[in-house]
Design a protein around this ligand. Structure first.
Ligand SMILES: Nc1nc2c(ncn2[C@@H]2O[C@H](COP(=O)(O)OP(=O)(O)OP(=O)(O)O)[C@@H](O)[C@H]2O)c(=O)[nH]1
Length: 330
């Protein structure tokens, strides 16, 4: 489990690997200082090793990553400032990995503040550098490290956001996909169970879609799906969420909607589709099922009721709405 997280989760792997690398990097020095009889430095290195080991173990065992990250950068910063005091320039060299950790583990604005503060404190440290030239060289190299780490962290974050957005979208219609739906349903269900905010699900399935494909070709079918999604979205309010459930089936989540509003909304949407949606000059219709979330009901049960209502609409002749009225009980 944790090995898998090491491969898949950036923050987890940075915390664990930083702790492991820091621990392995500092431990030999702690032993060396002890052998040399340099008790202060040995004690300091030993304390850093123990702190890094503790944070790494905490994260590895599933501890809160935000907390672990904050603790890690704090330990690394304090350790670095103390080492720079005890060990002169050799201590300052550790500021490069510490700066990198800021940009990998903190929000970029906080990382910028932390890196600037660290550089300032190091510059003010009287024992860390033996000449002004060394001091300025440190400042320049630490600033370059900060810029590179900043660019890398920002780009990585941007790419991650883009990948997440792509993974949640249906490429044909551009609406959210089934994966995104599960998350939104959880949020709506939580608002209902905690605060009694009603929520309705609308399941929509285009009628005789196979016939459209067969008669006009797959591309015309695709166009009809895109047009349908556009039409439904034009009917949505700001908080409503449309998902492509698969094939020619779509799901609409209406937050704050009770059973009567659901019925009225679905009826007008159904009528709008049959009058406005066309494929090869022919009207395209939709069968719609609806259900509002009931007390004590799981999301799967809720969705299954809306889906069953949609199949009932198909059974009754298509191009119509069936709302599961039992839902009013909740
Ligand atoms: N063009 C296109 N067709 C799709 C897509 N996804 C699924 N389909 C087609 O949608 C059709 C669905 O057919 P059926 O499940 O038999 O349903 P139907 O013909 O719509 O009939 P009813 O739902 O019973 O009214 C299949 O022919 C699928 O190939 C898509 O992304 N694009």
């Amino acid at each position: 489990m944790s090995l898998q997280r090491l491969r898949n989760e950036l923050q987890f792997s940075v915390v664990v690997l930083f702790c492991a690398a820091g621990l392995l990097g500092v431990l030999p020095f702690a032993v060396y200082r002890l052998v040399q009889g340099d008790a202060d430095a040995a004690l300091l290195d030993g304390a850093i090793v123990i702190a890094l080991g503790g944070v790494g173990l905490y994260a590895w065992r599933g501890g809160d990553l935000e907390r672990a990250s904050l603790f890690l950068v704090t330990v690394a910063t304090i350790g670095l400032l103390l080492i720079a005091r005890v060990l002169d320039l050799a201590g300052a060299l550790w500021s490069y990995p510490v700066i990198a950790s800021y940009f990998l583990l903190l929000r970029w604005s906080r990382a910028l503040v932390a890196a600037s503060t660290l550089m300032l404190l190091m510059m003010l440290e009287p024992h860390a550098f033996d000449s002004m030239a060394h001091r300025l060289m440190y400042l320049a190299s630490a600033a370059v490290t900060s810029v590179i780490a900043y660019v890398f962290a920002r780009r990585t974050q941007l790419q991650r956001d883009q990948l997440e957005a792509l993974a949640a979208r249906d490429p044909l219609t551009g609406v959210a996909n089934r994966r995104a739906m599960d998350k939104e349903l959880r949020i709506a269900a939580e608002a209902f169970h905690r605060h009694r905010v009603p929520a309705a699900l609308v399941v929509m399935d285009l009628d005789h879609f196979k016939a459209i494909n067969d008669a006009l070709g797959h591309d015309a079918g695709d166009d009809a799906l895109v047009e349908f999604a556009r039409l439904v979205q034009s009917y949505c309010r700001v908080g409503d969420r449309l998902f492509r459930f698969g094939g020619e089936e779509f799901v609409l989540l209406l937050a704050g909607t009770g059973v009567n509003d659901l019925q009225a909304f679905a009826e007008s949407l159904c009528a709008a589709v049959s009058t406005r949606l066309r494929a090869g000059g022919r009207a395209v219709t939709v069968s719609i099922g609806g259900a509002v979330l009931r007390k004590g009901e799981s999301n799967a049960e809720w969705l299954a009721r809306a889906d069953a209502a949609m199949y009932e609409a198909k059974r009754r002749g298509r191009d119509r709405v069936v709302v599961d009225r039992e839902t009013a009980a909740g």
